[in-house]
Design a protein around this ligand. Structure first.
Ligand code: SF4
Length: 418
């Protein structure tokens, strides 16, 4: 069979075939991407080796997993070169990778073949502590191996109004999380400040802080209330630093110039992100109806470009849900066409100092798009290579979102090899 990216043929390249075809992309980055696309399922022996007293298990999260469950499974695993995987628990019938125990070590298995041994992330020290007001610190700030994460708003007003992004499960997941795991979805500045202070005491562990959340439409101008929440949170975090700027970035709705200046002037923020999710106006209108109604694609994009004047080239980014532009029935019908259009638009942004990164699309069971299919591995790898090449061409750095700080984007994993 002729192997082609056009969706006219059924055959999608396997991980080994993609490794052979793209020798410039490290095998472990390709493997990580495929694990992201297919998810993982744990054997009983592997589950027996996960010790929540030692290992970091999944905590409060903004999006749900492919199995629709909230369980204390590993929050992250790393491969032998430090490549990070955020493993998405996935029902066995959906053909995930298997994590099993082999010779006393956790291993990634596919079709009975041992591909790699993996390591679990050690639980941060502050995970066992409580704030003075009695809240578990791990409910307020979660962690990746080297990054602290805060969710500023666990709900998205687009979803509440019935026009959330079609791939997103934030509100359904948050309801489930509050019901099953309890806790609150917003915290007082004092509790946030105290938690960050404790987390930073762990020597050599954390190098970056990231804030995100759902869109908040309230305020005199759209997103004013959302901006207030970020400023309040950033100021609380900033109490723990002696310099005005500290290593933190935010992913918010697209703020206008006045709002961006406030964010920059009143906080210690170093980088700014607002996610376009989809790099085409027509597909964006269909897939992100709330974003389209509130600002529209062009204004969302223009605001990113204007943010470069404030934060600098390469310190403004946008995240793309790779492959959602291929959803049926109104998405691209050819991966080749989608790839070309995506990279053209990413180049438009890169020329203007905005960097683009990709998160391969995970089809979530409580999203509108729950019955769609993820894109092919080859498509995700070609897009990742293209984004990496654009960053090189336009001299854009990705230090605040690389394999250490974030670890969720195949394209930013590639930045470590230049
Ligand atoms: S803006 Fe879209 S992707 Fe972001 S939280 Fe809201 S619905 Fe989800």
């Amino acid at each position: 069979m002729t192997v082609t990216l056009l969706n006219k043929v059924e055959h999608k390249l396997t991980v080994n075939e993609v490794v052979d075809k793209y020798p410039d992309v490290p095998r472990l980055v390709i493997l990580k991407t495929d694990v992201h696309l297919r998810g993982v399922n744990y054997t009983d022996a592997a589950l027996g080796a996960i010790d929540p007293a030692i290992h970091q298990v999944r905590g409060r999260s903004i999006f749900g997993s492919r199995d629709g469950q909230i369980k204390p499974l590993p929050a992250s695993i790393s491969l032998r070169d430090g490549t990070l995987i955020l493993p998405d628990p996935t029902p066995i019938e959906r053909d995930p990778y298997i994590i099993d125990l082999v010779d006393g070590k956790l291993a990634l298995i596919d079709n009975d073949e041992l591909l790699e041994f993996v390591e679990l992330t050690v639980k941060p020290r502050y995970y066992d502590l409580f704030t003075t007001s009695g809240i578990p610190m791990k409910d307020i700030v979660t962690a990746r191996p080297q990054r602290l994460d805060l969710i500023v708003s666990g709900y998205c007003h687009f979803g509440t109004k019935g026009n959330g992004c079609r791939f997103c499960d934030i509100n359904n997941h948050n309801k489930q999380q509050v019901k099953e795991a309890g806790g609150k979805s917003r915290f007082r500045p004092e509790d946030i400040s105290e938690t960050i202070r404790e987390a930073l005491k762990e020597p050599g562990r954390f190098s970056f802080i990231h804030l995100t959340g759902g869109s908040v439409l309230a305020g005199d101008e759209v997103f004013d209330r959302e901006l207030d929440l970020y400023i309040e949170t950033l100021q609380a975090i900033g109490e723990n630093f002696s310099t005005k700027k500290f290593p933190v970035d935010v992913t918010t709705s697209a703020l206008n110039e006045r709002q961006l200046r406030r964010l920059n002037d009143e906080t210690g923020i170093m980088a700014y992100t607002s996610d376009l999710e989809v790099l085409n106006e027509e597909k964006f209108n269909w897939i992100c109806p709330g974003k389209a109604d509130s600002l529209g694609y062009r204004e969302w994009r223009n605001r990113l470009v204007r943010a470069v004047d404030i934060f600098g080239r390469g310190y403004v980014g946008t995240g793309i849900v790779t492959g959602v532009e291929l959803a049926k029935p109104f998405g691209y019908t050819s991966e080749e066409q989608a790839l070309r259009a995506n990279l053209e638009e990413a180049e438009y942004l890169a020329e203007r100092g905005v960097t683009t990164w990709s998160s391969p699309w995970v089809v979530r069971p409580s999203s509108d798009f729950h019955d769609q299919k993820s894109p092919s591995l080859e498509y995700c790898i070609r897009f990742a290579r293209g984004l990496d090449q654009l960053r090189v061409k336009y001299g854009l750095i990705i230090d605040f979102n690389d394999y250490r700080r974030c670890g969720n984007h195949p394209d930013t994993d590639l930045s470590r090899i230049h």
